[in-house]
Design a protein around this ligand. Structure first.
Ligand code: DO4
Ligand code: MG
Length: 284
């Protein structure tokens, strides 16, 4: 089962996606008012399947997708794949030992990534900072965490990053990571029970410029050095999430150092069991 959020005129609707069609869910019939309420319901699986639909089912291509987030905070884990460790050690000689140590330490790197207003959904624009010169998308499996701290679903996250700012000084990490339209989420959430076995989840990134493929890369969740529940338990240590949370689980795909995103680029991230999140890159 997949759940998403769409814009219809001035209204926001929660949809169930099945057989390449979306149906608007009548949340009020179950006393719910948001996707977040549904995701934190103990009856999530049953309600997702059984909530009555309002109106006709809709073709997916015709919809205006919103990121599948209401009021949750978005956090991210870093240096969870060998490729991220290596790329960051190259990016910053001064901070190389920090990345080296965190890759093997018991405590993972976890940082605050975005508020809902900084997130964009499928086909929305993602931004390069005006003061950054070296930028990349980071294609990441995103965990959807309920108010009670359970992984209830998965979506695709794009942890947009300014490598020159982070590489200059690791204390600039929040500025390299958190700014307007810095985070892609979507296109929808696949409920946990419907995901493929973790070790077989592939992640694929393509970047197109003027209709030409300028970068592609692949990884798999099996390459991650961390366990997903362990990451969630670190996130929630002394850190309540009364609205639930999203946790991006780190990138295993980093383009070579000569590559930087340009305004107009189209970034496609595909993750098995979820689908494809596509975003246009803008700057300024
Ligand atoms: O250490 C900085 C950020 C790491 C990160 O975002 C990643 O590995 O995905
Ligand atoms: Mg990242």
């Amino acid at each position: 089962m997949k759940l998403g959020r769409i814009q219809i005129g001035s209204e926001v609707a929660v949809v169930r996606i099945q057989d390449d069609k979306a149906s608007v869910l009548d949340l009020a019939s179950a006393g719910l008012s948001s996707l977040q309420d549904l995701l934190s319901s103990p009856e999530l699986v049953r309600l997702s399947a059984e909530l009555p639909a309002i109106g006709e089912s809709l073709a997916l291509e015709s919809l205006c997708w919103l990121p599948p987030i209401d009021q949750q905070e978005v956090w991210a884990a870093g240096v969870t794949y060998k490729r991220s460790q290596t790329a960051r050690m190259e990016e910053s000689e001064a901070a190389a030992s920090c990345y080296d140590r965190v890759y093997t330490a018991a405590r993972p790197e976890i940082f605050f990534k975005a508020t809902p207003n900084r997130c964009r959904g499928h086909l929305g624009n993602l931004r390069i900072r005006t003061d950054a010169t070296w930028n990349v998308p980071e294609p990441e499996l995103a965990l959807v965490i309920s108010r009670s701290g359970k992984i209830v679903g998965y979506t695709i996250g794009n942890d947009m990053s300014s490598r020159d700012i982070e590489g200059d000084n690791p204390l600039y990490l929040p500025q390299a990571k958190v700014y307007n339209e810095c985070c892609g989420l979507g296109p929808w959430i696949t409920l946990a029970a419907d995901m493929p076995e973790r070790s077989s989840i592939g992640i694929h990134l393509e970047i197109h410029r003027h209709s030409k493929l300028v970068f592609s890369g692949d990884t798999s969740v099996s390459q991650m050095a961390r366990n997903l529940e362990d990451l969630v338990s670190w996130l929630l240590r002394d850190n309540d999430m009364p609205n639930g949370a999203f946790l991006l689980t780190g990138t295993g795909i980093v383009p070579d150092s000569s590559f930087t995103l340009a305004p107009g680029d189209l970034v496609h991230i595909n993750i098995d069991g979820i689908g494809t999140l596509s975003n246009r890159i803008v700057q300024g």
